[in-house]
Write a protein that binds this ligand. Structure first.
Ligand code: NG1
Ligand code: MG
Length: 515
């Protein structure tokens, strides 16, 4: 499947968004000329943000997740400069926040993960493109120079994954500038996932998948095994209508700086839990996979059922059986990962039969983390239970809402319950929520939301709520009054409009040809 080329904005946005988008695009094309010697851009590369409906912090354990692309996006207006190969000039319409940069990449693309620098994300994308181009055209290929003007409407640090949208749009931009009209979505995503880790966050692959594969009108069931795949999942028509509302906490989640004690630490804890369980249940060395540390809880999962039940290819196991497997794993965790207070490095090394040095080599060298104790029990409990919730959520969306008592409303309530369970688990077991996110969820539920939870990495950022259509106004009022105005008495109407958005699944990455 290739990234589409489009020639009109209504191929990208739903009708109700066009009114706001048309002037934004015109402005971008005009500003490009002003920024780069009066030249017109050749095309615009576009990739959207995403909201994750369910399946939080399990993509880097290789479990399925259920996000959807949204309408906010990152746009890159681009002109190729064949006369100055391997030189980039990149500017942003928000010049004050994101100052213009120029750099050459004849000697490779350096990315300093120690500094928080906006153009790093562009460089990640450029790396993806260079790698893809060299695969196709040979190692000697010399890419063209680029002039780029960026306009992002995904709030940064807001939990809607501006980073992945930016990386994917950048990769696409560099491919197209070098004449590639047919970019394979899967190839693009797989490389973007690995490449984005260069900025310092050891992410899974949900965001890039949702951004590139997004489809208007459906959520995406993203699986990583046996290979990356995004399957559209349609929303059933229900009465009351199912609506997802996204609310910003306006607590900027600085995942980059806090990575060693938050995000990246969770990545290490999950890998340690996988190795620990594999050792206890003597399943042998886990097969290496594409996760940051090369092993995952899902790898343990598959190895365990291969050894104990002879399941050769667990990716074809029917969903009810897979759910039953997850229940088994949860009881194993309960019985064997018993230390509520966490595990020290010494204890883990002891169980794994490693010296302290070997443990450091395998788990603490690739990227830095800081912790005295590793909460293997709680993290594994979250991951296995969350993986099961994703399956249940998908089953509910695909089942007939007319079935069972209460029809549509009963269905929405069940979906909402799963979201609430996720929030509870993120809060208590995974410790990735924060007081502000908890507050937004509590207020929403009190005003009629069926389900409320954080979305994305957490520790700030964004929340998502399943609200029956007739309650959206009420929920909004309560948030405005009891959260936003209380915290920021002078908050503007415009800021409030940004804060609370009814989100519909939007289309994925594309290239727009400028006439
Ligand atoms: P956000 O919130 O977009 O930074 C992060 C990871 C995902 C996933 C979620 C938690 C990146 C690019 N993405 O998302 O892979 O693990 O957290 O479910 O870091
Ligand atoms: Mg991100």
């Amino acid at each position: 499947m290739h990234v589409p080329t489009v020639t009109s904005l209504d191929e990208i946005y739903p009708a109700d968004a066009l009114l706001a988008q048309a002037p934004r695009w015109d402005g971008l094309l005009e500003s490009f000329k002003a920024a780069f010697d009066g030249r017109k851009p050749d095309f615009v590369a576009r990739s959207p943000g995403r909201v994750n409906l369910i399946g939080e912090h399990i993509d880097y354990s290789q479990y399925e997740v259920l996000p959807m692309a949204v309408t906010v996006d990152v746009l890159l207006a681009v002109a190729a400069r064949p006369d100055v190969p391997q030189q980039a000039r990149i500017a942003n319409v928000e010049e004050a926040k994101f100052p213009r940069r120029e750099f050459g990449f004849e000697k490779g693309i350096e990315i300093d993960s120690e500094t928080l620098e906006w153009s790093n994300y562009f460089k990640c994308g450029l790396r993806v493109a260079t790698e893809l181009l060299r695969r196709k055209r040979g190692p000697e290929f010399v890419p063209v120079g680029l002039d780029v003007l960026v306009d992002g409407s995904v709030p940064s640090g807001g939990g809607l994954s501006s980073s992945a949208a930016f990386v994917c749009a950048s990769a696409l931009a560099a491919m197209r500038a070098n004449g590639e009209r047919e970019v394979d979505k899967k190839e693009l995503v797989e490389l973007a996932i690995v490449s984005e880790r260069a900025v310092g966050v050891q992410s899974g692959g949900m965001d890039q998948s949702a951004s590139v594969f997004g489809e208007r009108g459906s959520a995406l069931y993203v699986s990583f095994k046996p290979t990356l795949q995004a399957t559209p999942v349609h929303f059933p028509s229900t009465d009351p209508e199912l609506v997802f509302v996204v609310a910003q906490s306006f607590v900027a989640a600085d995942k980059h700086t806090s990575a060693p004690v938050h995000y990246n630490l969770r990545v290490v804890e999950c890998a340690l839990a996988a190795a620990f369980l594999a050792k206890i249940f003597r399943v042998g060395d886990l097969p290496s996979d594409s996760t940051p540390l090369g092993l995952s809880l899902r790898g343990f999962h598959d190895a365990y059922f291969e050894k104990h039940e002879g399941v050769k290819d667990n990716t074809t196991t029917p969903r009810p059986q897979f759910q039953a497997q997850l229940d088994v794993l949860l009881s194993l965790v309960d019985d064997y990962l018993t230390q509520e207070e966490g595990y020290t490095r010494e204890q883990i090394a002891g169980v794994l039969g490693m010296s302290g040095e070997e443990l450091t080599q395998c788990f603490f060298t690739k990227f830095p983390v800081r912790a005295e104790r590793f909460m293997l029990r709680q993290r594994a409990q979250h991951v296995f239970a969350e993986a099961a919730r994703v399956l249940k959520f998908r089953d509910l969306l695909e089942g007939s809402p007319a079935e069972g008592e209460g029809g549509g409303e009963a269905l929405l309530k069940k979906l909402g319950e799963l979201m609430n369970e996720t929030q509870e688990s993120c809060c208590v077991l995974y410790e990735c929520s924060c007081a502000e996110l908890d507050e937004l969820c509590k207020l929403a539920r009190g005003a009629g939301a069926y389900g409320s939870r954080l979305t994305g990495a957490g520790w700030g950022g964004c929340s998502v709520h399943l609200v029956p259509k007739d309650k959206v106004e009420k929920v909004r009022e309560v948030w405005v009054e009891r959260y936003y105005r209380r915290k920021w008495p002078d908050i503007t109407e415009e800021r409030l409009r940004e804060a609370i958005v009814v989100s519909k699944p939007g289309s994925g990455s594309c290239v727009y040809e400028v006439e």
